[in-house]
Design a binder for this molecule. Structure first.
Ligand code: FMN
Length: 369
């Protein structure tokens, strides 16, 4: 291994005492490859196993905790006990490669897909219109409580399936972010207190771990730092969220960014990088995962040099599942940085995701045909 990359292969102990063997994280990626009923398919098992080698922590695709939250065809489900046998195979496939297995817990809220949820009933904190989407129905109080309980039940299933932890998906505009956002949460009852829902989910997950799991079960939380809408989340709200999250029994925070080095849009110094602002605010109180458009050894090395303790790779791990292995073995010049549409094995990417990648040109860096 080139000494330059040695710090990426140092271990890291999380607040709960669990040690990750290195600083690489597989970013959660929806793959449209679970069975139609949400159970785990053979296709996704080989896909995830291939991407777990020499990675410290593997986060699975967003997995819906309630039927009403399903937001993608082929989305994995963690909403039923009948999902557990498949989830167990998934956790085993990841752990067999020596990585910690983390399942991402998700509810789409207003982003759920009418054809995929019971009675086409799209629910959200408030009935707010947004161009190009179905206007959701505002949740009743009892329904909010049920969804929170669903996160707890999903955690129990993750424990029974043998996962090492869960990541609460509070990012990318899904239900947890919808409750935190002044754009999508216009409620006037107690659930209009925008931190209430995220904190209630964390509390319920924690209680499920106390009841069914052990103290080395990992709980992470992913958030998006800003929203384009006005009103919408800015760095100012995100700092408030981070201040609240560091007080919670969490083991890591995970910022969702498409570009690791992107700058703040609103609510902070717009010349500063979000990752630096967040690191400054967190001030070592909890490990942070950074992510976004890192495709080469130099890219990850520069990202690590910002001081962020953990680095997630998404698209690069679709392109080259051996990224970390090659770096570890001093073969960084062999790292592949482009999808090759002519490759017969489709890089091991499940069929439906492969089709989408080829259709959505520019989304994942691809060789010109
Ligand atoms: C195919 C694909 C699916 C994704 N699915 C999820 C998901 O299920 N949950 C999530 O939090 N982020 C998801 N993301 C976002 C990634 O986790 C990551 O934040 C983003 O792609 C930027 O990192 P990258 O440049 O290394 O890909 C997805 C991204 C891609 C490319």
């Amino acid at each position: 291994m080139n000494e330059k990359y040695a710090s990426l292969f140092e271990d890291l102990t999380l607040p709960n005492g669990v040690t990750l063997k290195n600083r690489f994280v597989l970013a959660p990626m929806t793959h449209y490859a679970s069975n139609p009923d949400g159970t785990i398919s053979d296709q996704e098992l080989s896909y995830i196993a291939q991407r777990s080698k020499d990675i410290g922590m593997v986060i699975t695709a967003a997995s819906n905790v309630s039927d009403s939250g399903k937001a993608f065809p082929g989305q994995p489900s963690v909403a039923h006990d009948t999902d557990i046998p498949g989830l167990k195979k998934q956790a085993d496939a990841i752990k067999a490669e020596g990585a910690k297995a983390i399942i991402q817990l998700h509810h789409g809220g207003r982003e759920a897909v009418a054809e995929l949820v019971p009675n086409g009933d799209i629910v959200a904190p408030s009935s707010v219109e947004k161009e190009g989407t179905v206007t959701p129905r505002a949740l009743e109080t009892a329904e909010i409580e049920q969804i929170i309980a669903d996160f707890g039940e999903a955690t129990r299933r993750a424990i029974e399936a043998g996962f090492d932890g869960v990541e609460i998906h509070g990012a990318n505009g899904y239900i947890i972010q919808q409750f935190f956002s002044p754009f999508s949460n216009r409620r006037e009852d107690e659930w209009g207190e925008r931190l209430r829902f995220p904190l209630a989910v964390i509390d319920t997950v924690k209680k499920a771990v106390e009841k069914h799991g052990s103290k080395d079960f990992i709980i992470g939380y992913r958030f998006s730092p800003e929203e384009p809408e006005t009103p919408g989340l800015t760095m100012k709200e995100t700092f408030e969220l981070v201040d609240a999250l560091v007080e919670q029994p969490l083991d890591y925070l995970h910022v969702s960014l498409m570009d690791f080095h992107s700058k703040a849009r609103r609510g902070a110094d717009t010349n500063a990088k979000r990752i630096d602002l967040l690191q400054e605010r967190i001030n070592g109180r909890i490990p942070l995962i950074g992510v976004g458009s890192l495709y080469s050894a130099e890219d990850v090395s520069a990202a690590k040099a910002t001081g962020v303790p953990l680095i997630a790779l998404g698209r690069e791990m679709l392109i080259d599942p051996e990224f970390a292995t090659k770096l570890k073995e001093g073969r960084e010049d062999e790292i592949i940085r482009l999808i090759d549409p002519a490759r017969e094995d489709h890089h091991g990417i499940p069929e439906q995701l492969w089709k989408i990648i080829l259709q959505m040109k520019g989304w994942v860096p691809t060789k010109a045909e």
